[in-house]
Write a new protein. Structure first.
Length: 259
């Protein structure tokens, strides 16, 4: 089973580069399922039904979110009915939506997706490690191929989750910081790992935003409304090959496709 995981999709520039290049990437890497983090897909903040459905039409099977999950009010209602859009599973009880889903390839192979959010320099949510144990107890009854999106700020928390889940899931992939790391590997017990998949969005930017606005915020410490940058974009992703019989990762590759 070949999986393509697309890093944080940043506004219209991110969606545009997916439109231009995703079909070719799918063909070249013989991709069976595409997953993408879409918490910044609607104008840089949050997700809307229209944007999510556009991404599904482009070929995504599942969209994960993160700390910007609720930036668009309509997401509160949309996540109640759309099972293919998931938010971190360690949000408190009573929050709309779910933190897991299971999808099938055209060949009938099943992949479980679990999203977690870190707690270091992030909103206070339930313990991602304990919640991972709880959610996996259910997911493993449906499939032994499971991918985890660890949406977190620090490399240490992401790495700790990778080793915590080594041998229990197929892969742990980090999102949120928008800068692709160069540490793709298969951990000792067969779990694929990458600290951060990177951002799918404008290259000439500060993590997707117009540089001058971010610089002014640093210089003055005054509130500043950020805007998604323009110009050429990059599609940042990870390609994983899974052994469906064992649920282990057999190969992991970083990918950057420039517009």
């Amino acid at each position: 089973m070949n999986i393509l995981f697309i890093g944080d999709i940043m506004g219209e520039p991110g969606r545009r580069v997916i439109l231009k290049h995703l079909s070719r990437v799918i063909q070249e890497h013989q991709i069976d399922l595409v997953i993408g983090n879409g918490e910044n897909a609607a104008g840089g903040f949050g997700i809307t039904q229209e944007v999510a459905e556009d991404l599904f039409d482009l070929g995504l099977s599942v969209i994960t979110l993160g700390n910007h999950a609720w930036d668009k009010r309509e997401a509160l209602e949309y996540l109640q009915k759309e099972q293919r859009v998931i938010r971190p599973a360690n949000y408190p009880d009573g929050v709309p939506g779910k933190g897991t889903c299971v999808v099938e390839t055209v060949h009938g192979e099943r992949l479980g997706i679990l999203q977690l959010m870190g707690r270091v320099f992030m909103p206070m949510v339930d313990c991602p490690f304990r919640v991972a144990e709880r959610e996996l107890a259910q997911l493993t009854t449906q499939t032994h191929c499971i991918l985890v999106d660890m949406h977190a700020e620090t490399t240490s928390e992401k790495m700790a989750m990778g080793y915590f889940l080594d041998g229990k899931v197929s892969a742990v992939l980090g999102t949120h910081t928008h800068v692709q790391t160069a540490d793709e590997q298969i951990l000792p017990q067969g779990t694929g790992y990458l600290t951060d998949v990177g951002m799918t969005g404008p290259v000439q930017s500060v993590i997707g935003m117009k540089p001058n606005l971010v610089i002014q915020k640093f210089l003055t410490q005054l509130p500043r409304r950020f805007e998604v940058a323009t110009g050429p974009s990059v599609l940042s992703a990870a390609v994983l090959s899974l052994n469906y019989s064992t649920g282990k990762t057999t190969h992991i590759t970083r990918l950057r496709v420039f517009e």
